[in-house]
Design a protein around this ligand. Structure first.
Ligand code: AGP
Length: 612
């Protein structure tokens, strides 16, 4: 996934482009570039590595009289992250430049055709093909909007494009298919961007482009057409966030800030949905009728990464509260096998970004067979949210750090609310227990605050174990997915090989790995599986593994077995993943921080994977 930004207006373009790209770094950060129309000529600047390298180049090469430009920050898909392969890409004469987010699936065939016309390619990228193709059409049509429309009709795959031509100063063209692109409206200036953080400090007035729409921007006008040039009337929307939402607010990393936002995030996720313990859960954007809910025979939950772990937890609670069988599957697996989804299946897509390509493909397949699709997302402005039959926005605020933290717990709250919502309609779960769960959910923010105000032990534990190259996390029941999520957090920001296992599976193979170099973290929450996990931890100790416990238990005996005991407040076992996730987020953070890793932008990762 990449980030693109474009500007046309009267302000100094380079600063706007660089600031915009810095707000999109979470989308990819292995190289960056920009192009400006300066003194009537297109000038291109690129740098591999972090955005700072491009900023340094611009410092040394000031440009003047610029009124428009385009910028790009890259997560390489085709072609290594080198300066040559960095965007923008241009045609042979250098007059037409383009930046692109997505993948052009038929770029090889197009490249051969264009080489036949005499185009000379300089890079391995699919995007360069787009630049030559638009330039080829421009040579026939002598109009940038027409050339872009003619060119994209020949493209297959996913793209958000921002294009400009030297001979059409003050005309910026943007278009999209299966990749996000927004138009932002200013006074005497207009913007294109992959996502709102790039422009929110200048304007909150936005238009969300839909697939196959083309935006033509000048400093004073915005015209949106369909791919055939017919004008399309679009609604202007106002962004619901403040610019401060994308600042670190004094924290060293966005990840630490977002971990600490979780008490408020949980309050926001409950707001408007759970008023008090005596009122039914309100989910206004869930469009299933009571009849449909009572007749639900099966639920499929589709997601990736951290969202998949939330889905696994949802399985436990929906089956327990609602007596409906739930299948959970990684989106990338779901889309490539025959499924039994049908019109009697409710399909739930969980996605923080709402832009994950695998999950978009999966829910479109489900819709195609008549399934009702419910989307649970942090971005109600996303493609998935717009295509959903039902929606539960999790309202966690912009999550900038690549590692998902606050959005995970916000997803869990949404899933608990959904399960209770269904159970209340079906009358399928003990009413007293539901009432107690509601009360405990309202108390969760305060319990998370307790964890956040006792981080010293977690920091000490992180320091002790930051030098280990491997880690095993074990749990049973509803916290097995919490163990997987904790292991993913550690993997993705510290690059330590952490693996989550069902505790009962240790003796079926993984126990062979145990010795003093393999720490084992056990999630030991009081409930039906406590004693079993405790005995699994004892088995690990007998193989000289160093042990860490994550528990609410006050059992002093644990101190004889575990080197560290990470404490959380007591909570209903069903709700325990909301609490157990927080120390695991902090443990991963502090280990990565001790190791000097790039916590917010881990290598090879991107915040939302908008390519399959
Ligand atoms: C989680 O920390 C990762 N950043 C990644 O696994 C992420 O959860 C996954 O790519 C799914 O993203 P989504 O929730 O936006 O669909």
């Amino acid at each position: 996934m990449c980030g693109i930004v474009g500007y046309v207006g009267a302000k100094p373009v380079v600063k706007i482009l660089l600031d915009g790209l810095s707000k999109l770094e979470y989308r990819g950060y292995d190289s960056a570039g920009l192009a400006v129309n300066s003194d009537g000529k297109i000038k291109i600047f690129k740098a591999e590595g972090k955005l700072q390298n491009l900023k340094d180049i611009m410092e040394k090469n000031p440009v003047s009289n610029t009124t428009m430009g385009i910028g790009h920050i890259r997560w390489a898909t085709h072609g290594a992250p080198t300066t040559v392969n960095a965007h923008p890409h241009s045609c042979n004469c250098g007059k037409l430049v383009v930046v692109h987010n997505g993948i052009i699936e038929n770029f090889k065939e197009l490249r051969e055709e264009l080489e036949g016309y005499g185009c000379v390619f300089k890079t391995e990228t699919d995007t360069e093909t787009v630049a030559h193709l638009i330039a080829h059409e421009y040579g026939k049509l002598n109009s940038l909007p027409k050339a872009v429309r003619a060119a994209v009709k020949q493209l297959k795959g996913a793209y958000a494009l921002c294009v400009m031509h030297q001979d059409e100063p003050n005309v910026l063209v943007g278009t999209r298919k299966n990749a996000p692109l927004i138009v932002a409206l200013g006074e005497g200036e207009n913007y294109l961007a992959s996502d709102c953080p790039a422009i929110i400090e200048y304007t909150k007035r936005v238009i969300y482009l839909d697939d196959d729409e083309v935006a033509v921007l000048t400093p004073d006008t915005v015209l949106i057409t369909d791919i055939d040039g017919k004008q399309v009337v679009k609604k202007e929307e106002i962004l619901p966030w403040e610019p401060v939402a994308i600042s670190k607010m004094g924290y060293k990393h966005f990840m630490l800030k977002e971990i600490h936002e979780q008490p408020d995030v949980i309050r926001n996720a409950l707001a408007g949905k759970l008023h008090d313990v005596n009122s039914p859960v309100k989910l206004d954007e869930v469009k299933l009728t009571a009849e449909q809910i009572k007749n639900l025979k099966r639920i499929e939950i589709i997601a990736c990464g951290t969202s998949l772990h939330a889905a696994m937890i949802a399985k436990y609670i929906i089956e327990a509260f609602c007596n409906i069988p739930v299948d959970v599957e990684a989106s990338s697996e779901y889309i490539y096998r025959k499924t039994v989804t049908d019109k009697n299946t409710l399909v739930i897509g969980i996605s923080q970004s709402g832009e994950t390509s695998d999950t978009i493909t999966a829910i479109r397949q489900a819709k195609a067979v008549g399934s009702h699709v419910l989307i649970i997302t942090n971005r109600p402005d996303s493609i998935m949210a717009r295509e959903a039959d039902s929606l539960i926005p999790v309202n966690a605020g912009i999550e900038v750090s690549v590692a998902a933290t606050k959005s995970f717990n916000a997803q869990l709250i949404a899933l608990y609310l959904f399960a209770i919502y269904i159970a209340e309609i079906k009358d399928s779960f003990d009413k007293i227990h539901i009432k107690n769960l509601k009360q405990e959910m309202l108390e969760l923010p305060a319990k998370v605050e307790i964890i956040l105000s006792h981080k010293e032990n977690i920091m000490k534990c992180a320091k002790t174990f930051s030098s280990f190259r491997n880690f095993i996390y074990i749990a049973r029941g509803i916290n097995y997915a919490a163990a997987l999520e904790g292991a993913l957090k550690l993997k993705e920001i510290s690059y330590i090989n952490a693996t989550g296992y069902p505790a009962g599976e240790l003796k079926h193979g993984p126990i062979a790995m145990l010795d003093e170099t393999m720490p084992v973290l056990a999630i030991l929450m009081p409930g039906v599986v406590y004693d079993k996990v405790l005995s699994n931890a004892e088995e690990s100790k007998a193989r000289n593994a160093r042990l860490i416990a994550l528990t609410s238990s006050e059992d002093k005996e644990l101190e004889n077995l575990f080197e560290y005991i990470l404490k959380v407040p007591t909570v209903d076992e069903y709700l325990s993943p909301v609490l157990t996730s927080v120390p695991l987020q902090l443990l991963a953070y502090y280990i990565a921080e001790f190791l000097g890793k790039d916590v917010d932008q881990p290598r090879n990762l991107a915040k939302s994977v908008t390519v399959e």
